[in-house]
Design a binder for this molecule. Structure first.
Ligand code: ADP
Ligand code: MG
Length: 259
């Protein structure tokens, strides 16, 4: 069984940063690579992780539509797409990365999307753990395009808008009864003077807060300099807070993160 953690929330609240930290702390999960999925079309999980992604699934879908009439007699469309899709799964140290991207071109993607769902299931089944950096909107939940998720982390910053989005995500999930087992709030970028406000933010979100991540100037510095987030120094407050978060997630058979 694949244990899956998805990270959602309003844009700009820190989903990608937190996803990258989770990947770096959970990679080599029980000795195996984990699957990192960048499911945000506007995202840059690969950059946050400091790796290059050559081919997105969106581009693979376009290539299939562009080349479907040029396939040789021995290759079916499904085989060709499977080949493209497998090429989109890139291997790195301790994790594999799949970037979903976006299909830009015109044309009907229903056929490919159905194929995609099947291949995604097969792919996910090969890993014991996956971390998904999701898109900011709620559509993917209402369209039920997400697979079952063990833990959904809803990230907010200490703002009314962020908390409102978090509440909407929580309410939507409850009303849809989608296959999400646990939902937690993560309050990110909290400056020291706001620490006493986190209880109020938690109450307003209607979700249980599992982690408070401080505003950390080194995160911003690394982002500005294009340095990989996993290289943050051990004394980085954000890194420390995400380590504590991982400990609390109760991921099956996961060996404790070393300090
Ligand atoms: N704990 C933090 N302290 C300081 N800056 C942060 C923190 N978390 C995220 N950031 C910064 O906030 C911005 C948005 O983060 P990002 O992870 O890209 O958000 P999202 O993926 O939700 O859009 C980035 O510039 C990132 O460096
Ligand atoms: Mg992002």
């Amino acid at each position: 069984m694949t244990f899956s953690i998805a990270v959602s929330g309003k844009g700009g609240t820190g989903k990608t940063t937190i996803s990258a930290l989770l990947v770096s702390l959970l990679k080599n999960y029980n000795g195996n690579p984990i699957l990192a999925v960048d499911a945000d079309p506007n995202s840059n999980l690969n950059e946050a992780l400091g790796v290059k992604a050559e081919l997105s699934v969106g581009r693979a879908r376009e290539l299939l539509l562009e080349n479907r009439d040029k396939l040789g007699p021995t290759q079916t469309k499904e085989e060709y797409f499977n080949y493209l899709f497998q090429s989109a799964v890139e291997e790195f140290d301790g994790f594999d990365l799949l970037v979903m991207g976006r299909a830009e071109g015109p044309g009907c993607y229903c056929y490919v999307n159905n194929l995609l769902r099947k291949i995604m299931d097969e792919l996910a089944g090969r890993y014991q753990l996956m971390v998904v950096d999701t898109e900011a909107g709620l559509e993917h939940f209402s369209r039920r395009t997400t697979r079952d998720i063990d833990i959904l982390l809803v990230v907010t910053d200490p703002t009314a808008k962020g908390v409102l989005t978090a509440k909407r995500v929580g309410d939507l999930i409850k009303s849809l009864n989608v296959g999400i087992h646990k939902v937690f709030l993560v309050i990110n970028r909290v400056p020291p003077q706001f620490m006493d406000k986190v209880k109020d933010l938690e109450a307003a979100s209607g979700l249980k807060c599992i982690a408070v991540i401080p505003e950390d100037s080194s995160v911003q510095e690394y982002d500005l300099a294009g340095k990989p987030i996993p290289d943050l120094p051990n004394n980085s407050p954000a890194l420390k807070a995400v380590k504590a978060l991982v400990e609390k997630l109760e991921i099956p058979q996961f060996q404790k993160v070393k300090p």
